[in-house]
Design a protein around this ligand. Structure first.
Ligand SMILES: [Fe+2]
Length: 406
């Protein structure tokens, strides 16, 4: 670009150019400076297949993952801690959650100037949260390497403040650890979440996301099970969901943010822009549909396009499909609108003002392909259209005008 500003010279020209490249934001520059791989795309079939490289800042080997649609909202990275190794101690203003892909060890968390170190053990399938600006380090207690997936809301914080010392060397105390020191106690009772009444845990440590028993929810498929662990300061939203073998979720749409991490079983996801309609194959819009396959542990961005994308998830293995869903946009999870405005949950049918496509309305290609996929694996389809999966309608409007749904 020339150094002198050129004003438009006639009615049909503009100042500047109409085609341009988006500049990297501060968080994206931070990722590039770490000199480890940055993986992009709508998903990853198998995290264990990704190449990692030595990461000086944290220690061990690492790689960033920035799935389509999550730019600027939240980010992920993989960290491999060698056998007997320890990550470099750090603290940062952003919240961080970890899921253990492989390995066993302990994590130490303490507040700057605070006497007490919170120490807890983890193993395969554990998930834990590091609250903002708490010092922490990850200790691999075994002789084998440990692989952990982390999610953070570093992108918005770095993009706003654009100062590494502000983010990584800040004296602010943003949480307190009670003297009894049990910040990392596994969840006990399931309680209704205060917004929608779905199953919730208040905890900062889930010992085994892969095998823990989940309560019935029925939202996306018959027999669907689900719980929301609310962790740390609740700035990073997550839930654990499970589809039964031989079943798949109804398609539904919402903006980008959620990433589904397959932690048990295997499957695939279709996702397509709302403009492609409810039956993209039948109407010749198939080229707009994206598909991601995954095994445990792989992932897919639920609505990668930034706008309102339909997405639909298919369990193909004999053990069904368990998903750990992360949406680091946290408090944006419940959607937009003025506080107190009544919203309708995405599970509600499009026939009733919601955003979910009933099984009987979906593109016939979807069921045909699903049955073929199951046949190849010798798994029986179980998609009888009875029960709570049929054309869900919203609940009656609440008296209080507060958000309500399922
Ligand atoms: Fe979704």
């Amino acid at each position: 670009m020339s150094s002198a500003f050129v004003a438009p010279s006639g009615e049909q020209t503009y100042a500047g150019t109409t085609r341009y490249r988006r500049p990297a934001r501060p968080y994206e520059r931070f990722m590039a400076e770490q000199d480890i791989p940055v993986y992009r795309g709508i998903g990853v079939r198998d995290l264990r297949a990704l190449e990692l490289r030595p990461w000086a800042r944290l220690g061990g080997n690492g790689a960033f993952i920035q799935t389509d649609g999550t730019d600027g909202q939240w980010g992920m990275f993989l960290i491999e801690v060698p056998g007997g190794g320890v990550t470099n101690q750090e603290r940062h203003l952003y919240e961080e959650v970890f899921f253990v892909v492989d390995g066993r060890g302990t994590t130490e968390v303490w507040l700057e100037g605070g006497p007490r170190v919170q120490r807890f053990e983890w193993g395969p399938g554990s998930m834990f949260a590091i609250p903002p600006n708490a010092n922490h380090r990850i200790v691999n207690g075994s002789s084998d390497p440990a692989l952990l997936l982390a999610g953070t809301n570093a992108p918005p914080i770095m993009n706003i403040f654009s100062s590494e010392s502000f983010v990584f060397d800040n004296p602010a105390r943003l949480v307190d650890f009670a003297d009894d020191g049990d910040y990392y106690r596994p969840p006990e009772d399931i309680v209704p979440d205060p917004v929608r009444g779905r199953a919730m845990w208040r905890t900062n440590l889930v010992p085994d996301v892969v095998n823990v028993e989940l309560p019935l929810d029925n939202e996306r498929s018959p027999g669907y099970r689900r719980v929301e662990p609310h962790m740390a300061t609740d700035a990073f939203f997550c839930f654990i969901g499970q589809h039964e073998p031989g079943r798949y979720s109804k398609a539904h749409r919402h903006p980008s943010g959620a990433v589904l991490i397959c932690v048990k079983g295997e499957g695939y996801t279709y996702t397509w822009p709302r403009e492609a309609g409810m039956r993209p194959w039948e109407t010749g819009q198939e080229h707009l549909v994206k598909r991601q396959e995954y095994v445990a542990v792989g992932m897919v961005s639920a609505a990668p396009g930034g706008g309102d994308w339909y997405h639909q998830h298919f369990a193909t293995g004999p053990e069904g499909l368990r998903l750990l869903v992360w949406d680091g946009s946290g408090r944006s999870y419940y959607g937009w609108g003025a506080p107190g405005e009544e919203l309708v949950a995405s599970r509600v049918s499009v026939h009733h003002g919601g955003r979910s496509i009933d099984y009987e309305d979906e593109d016939p290609h979807i069921r045909r392909e699903y049955v073929r996929q199951l046949e190849r694996r010798g798994v029986a389809p179980r998609m009888g259209l009875t029960g709570p999966d049929r054309g869900a309608a919203p609940d009656a409007p609440s008296q209080t005008g507060r958000p309500k749904g399922a």
